[in-house]
Design a protein around this ligand. Structure first.
Ligand code: ARG
Length: 468
């Protein structure tokens, strides 16, 4: 088989006989790690530059390597590169092609490196890029949330606990809760990005190399802060990918909560908000349907991301140092999780841009759900000196009376109110107003529109000075 002899040329002549097709099937990673080609070429160029600089490679070999890699890059870019499964992975595919193109000099590129430090470097570079993409995607999502918050800073809606209407809040306040969550998610991506930004290149197979390499130089060229301090750790560590996945899983959980709310809100029963037509699907049988498919899928994609995190934790658990082939199973799930995250962030941003809250319906839902009961209890405490526990009991009797009458608390007459609690005056009826209720919650971080607008301003400034 032609391909077997190819692989022999790279790995050396120790192997006689034909590799089992099953070995090739289980061993080859090219079908998925071809996604690392850009990083592989960038790392090879850095390695080549360093080898030339320290005198391991001649200037002419280095220059043909550069030319060869440039040619391979264009083949890859225009889809002309022929991948071979018998060459296992992207590293050997590129190296083999290089030697095919430039001859002997191609074989010198692998001096003082191993696929172990090569793959660790490529993968780190890839995950680092995805951290940056997540930061950008989250930034855009936060902008969309800020726009919703600004438009709805005065829009009263019921706030929920246990999915029971609890107290009136504003749409803006609710949106800003997500801004806080996604802001922390950005912090997590930033943290793991800065921790992962060390270069494994030059760790070679595991022990380092006897060649006089300059690891600081390659680290520098590739934008890493420094070389990793322990070559064994450098080739066996995948916690950078774990941290990325943990941050991605947390973000996905947040996206899923928001998606769940959009699904609820856009239902006929809640009717709190409408999704734009561009994010709504119809039903093939029920003409009235406006299905929130994108929100449902964002909610569901969380499963893939969580799965990837558990998957990688399981691959790494129990692996002896340093490199084991198990580590090849680190990539596919990270790729899938990163794709899911990118798509979910973009879809959520798109949905939010067209989401139209129904101000009248939101306020009506807040008014019709005894959401101002706590305001009345607070009023009794403040104005009549009743202990809060007693005020609580009194208001719950009032709620019962209103319920029997089939109305909200504001539907009880003053006489009816005073029948149950003689201390109540006309003034108390004021606090039953949902708008007055939200306006009164002026505590820091509270739902009062002035407070929410302050927070919107703070976040706008934050996002403006730290775009990523
Ligand atoms: N394809 C391998 C991976 O993804 C590259 C490293 C192979 N190293 C080795 N010693 N066989 O992990």
């Amino acid at each position: 088989m032609a391909e077997d002899s190819e692989s022999e040329r790279v790995l050396g002549g120790r192997f006689s006989g034909v590799q089992s097709e099953l070995l090739e099937a289980i061993n080859a990673s090219i079908d998925f790690d071809k996604r690392l080609w850009r990083q592989d070429i960038a790392a090879s160029l850095a390695h080549c530059q360093m080898l030339e600089h320290v005198g391991i490679l001649s200037a002419s070999d280095a220059s043909s390597i550069r030319e060869g890699l440039a040619a391979i890059q264009s083949e890859l870019e225009c889809g002309e590169f022929r991948f071979s499964a018998s060459l296992e992975d992207i590293h050997m595919n590129i190296e083999m092609r290089l030697t095919e193109l430039i001859g002997e000099a191609g074989g010198r590129l692998h001096t003082a490196r191993s696929r172990n430090d090569q793959v660790a470097t490529d993968f780190r570079l890839w995950v680092r890029e995805r951290c940056d993409a997540a930061l950008t995607g989250l930034g855009e999502l936060m902008q969309a949330l800020l726009a919703q918050a600004e438009a709805g800073a005065d829009m009263v809606m019921p706030g929920f606990t246990h999915l029971q209407a609890a107290q009136p809040v504003t749409w803006g306040h609710h949106m800003m809760a997500y801004v806080e969550m996604f802001g922390r998610d950005r912090g997590r991506f930033r943290d793991c990005r800065s921790r992962m930004n060390e270069s494994p290149l030059g760790a070679a197979a595991l022990a380092g190399t006897s060649f006089p390499v300059d690891r600081h130089m390659t680290a520098d060229i590739l934008g890493f802060d420094r070389p990793m301090g322990n070559s064994i750790d450098a080739v066996s560590d995948r916690d950078f990918a774990l941290e990325y996945l943990a941050a991605a899983a947390t973000t996905s959980a947040h996206l899923s909560r928001l998606a769940e709310e959009i699904v609820l809100w856009s239902s006929h029963q809640f009717a709190f908000a409408k999704l734009g037509d561009s994010f709504t699907t119809g039903s093939s049988i029920m003409p009235q349907k406006r299905n929130p498919d994108a929100a449902e899928l964002v909610r569901a994609k969380t499963g893939r991301v969580n799965g990837a995190l558990i998957g990688l934790l399981t691959v790494i658990k129990g692996l002896p140092l340093a490199y084991s082939k198990d580590l090849q199973e680190d990539k596919e799930q990270v790729f899938d999780a990163a794709d899911s995250l990118k798509l979910s962030l973009a879809a959520m941003t798109g949905m939010l841009a067209g989401l139209r809250p129904d101000a009248a319906r939101l306020n009506e839902a807040a008014r019709g759900s005894y959401a101002t009961a706590t305001d009345l209890a607070d009023w009794l405490v403040r104005e009549t000196g009743l202990p809060f526990r007693e005020a609580h009991a009194t208001v719950s009797r009032l709620v019962l009376a209103a319920d029997r009458k089939g109305t909200g608390l504001e539907g009880l007459t003053l006489a009816e109110l005073r029948e149950i609690c003689s201390g109540i005056t006309e003034q108390a009826q004021d606090v039953l107003d949902t708008r007055k209720s939200v306006e009164s919650r002026l505590s820091y971080g509270g739902t009062a529109p002035v407070r929410v607008k302050e927070q919107i301003q703070i976040w706008k400034e934050k996002l403006a000075c730290e775009p990523v």
